[in-house]
Design a protein around this ligand. Structure first.
Ligand code: PLP
Length: 415
């Protein structure tokens, strides 16, 4: 572990913002910092390759198309998908999840149901709420237990023969809770339901194999895993592709459009292109590919181990400090094996925004509020929100010490 920590410390030099700004950045669950390699790849695309993709026979367009297709291949390897055509680029997790919801939800009927959990980010909740209102199907919501883990017994009891989709987070963006997706996959298979997984928080932090997990769809965002904003992914398992029609259409996704006898007939391109209408975010894709290369070079096992080490250090510091321990409420499972490196907390009788602003006065960036997960905050009885410190590869134990010291001061002065 000592060697591992030394390596991670040296990568801080790759993140220009850590040199140009005085900041302890604990807001990576909102968006991660970007290494020079990613920034350079995006700039190189604009300086050396600017051109549209799949639309020209000139060399620039061919080169840009190759870079764009290579980016799909990099992502395919990263999530251990079997085929390149299973990797669809979108603008981010939100668009990916809306795409799935509209693809699957528009054909559901009032006797059907879709199962989600109370931990969902609004991106994996509101599209289903909207569609359930349009189509009349039931939305069933699985709860969490008091230890902040998913209630798997309730999940089993809510899923039945009328369940057409289970759409669930892999890692809560508030509690850090990891969901046992393999187990959920078994439950989905028993009733022939589609399994959609929101991997926005898990994919950047732990090794992912979509094959091992047994998912049909998996959504995630480039910007939370060192990549640029405006680029994301929807993994679509090969076996489910034939049953799907693109809900959003336009240029660049058809083989042919014919108008005969007053009727239009459309022949779509093969996957994944038929799900990427319009000019895609080419620079974003190139940047995401570089981010993925960066993470693969570090090794996702190492990324996970480093995150766990930081998490364990932070949790033990916060819960054992003689000044803070009695004044802090930490949400999320105690068991490190089933959680990621996100720590949501409150200081008693303190508004989370006030605590976050205090930390900001020490150049410590955390997020405060409801984190686009309002029903979850209702469930954990934190209606005013929580403070969220989210860790990543460029953070250090010294930075955690600095946050603990600032919280000690806060507690001394204001509680
Ligand atoms: N799902 C989860 C669990 C998230 O944490 C987020 C963003 O914070 C999203 C979905 C939405 O991601 P994006 O804003 O990149 O579309």
């Amino acid at each position: 572990m000592v060697g591992l920590l030394t390596d991670f410390r040296s990568i801080r030099d790759d993140f220009p913002i850590l040199r140009s700004r005085k900041v302890i950045y604990f807001d990576s669950a909102a968006t991660s910092l970007k290494p020079t390699q990613v920034i350079r790849a995006v700039r190189d695309y604009y300086e050396l390759f600017t051109s549209n993709v799949h639309r020209g026979v000139h060399r620039l367009s061919m080169e840009a198309s190759r870079l764009y297709e290579d980016a799909h291949e990099e992502v395919r390897k990263f999530i251990n998908a079997r085929y390149l055509d299973e990797v669809v680029f979108t603008s981010g997790t939100t668009q990916s999840l809306n795409l799935v919801a509209y693809m699957l939800g528009l054909s559901l009927n009032p006797t059907d149901n879709v199962v989600v959990s109370i931990m969902e980010h609004h991106s994996n909740l509101l599209p289903w709420v909207t569609l359930s209102k349009i189509r009349g199907f039931k939305l069933r919501v699985v709860g969490i237990k008091d230890d902040y883990k998913l209630d798997y017994d309730e999940l089993s009891s809510l899923v039945d023969r009328n369940t057409k989709v289970i759409s669930i987070t892999h890692m809560s963006n508030v509690l850090g809770t990891l969901v046992d997706v393999k187990m959920v996959s078994k439950i989905a298979r028993e009733v022939d339901a589609f399994l959609v997984v929101d991997g926005a928080q898990s994919v950047p932090h732990i090794p992912i194999s979509v094959v091992d997990l047994g998912v049909d769809f998996m959504a995630f965002s480039g910007h939370k895993m060192l990549g640029p904003t405006g680029i994301g992914v929807l993994y679509v398992r090969k076996e489910v592709q034939d049953s799907l029609t693109p809900p959003f259409t336009g240029g660049g996704i058809v083989d042919s459009v014919k108008y005969e006898g007053g009727e239009f007939s459309i022949k779509f391109l093969n996957m994944p292109w038929r799900f990427e209408p319009g000019t895609p975010n080419i620079a974003g894709a190139v940047g995401l590919a570089e981010a993925v290369r960066y993470l693969r070079k570090l090794g996702m096992d190492n990324v996970e181990a480093y995150g766990k080490d930081l998490l364990s250090y932070a949790l033990s510091k916060l819960s054992s400090d003689e000044l803070i321990a009695d004044k802090i409420l930490i949400y999320g499972p105690r068991d490190l094996g089933c959680r990621g490196d996100i720590i949501a907390f409150n200081i008693v009788d303190s508004n989370p925004h006030v605590v976050a602003s205090y930390l900001d006065s020490y150049d410590i960036a955390v997020r405060s509020g409801l984190h686009c997960a309002h029903p979850l905050h209702q469930r954990i009885k934190a209606e005013s929100g929580t403070v969220r410190a989210s860790l990543y590869i460029y953070n250090t134990k010294e930075e955690i010490d600095a946050m603990v010291n600032a919280l000690r001061e806060y507690v001394l002065r204001f509680t």
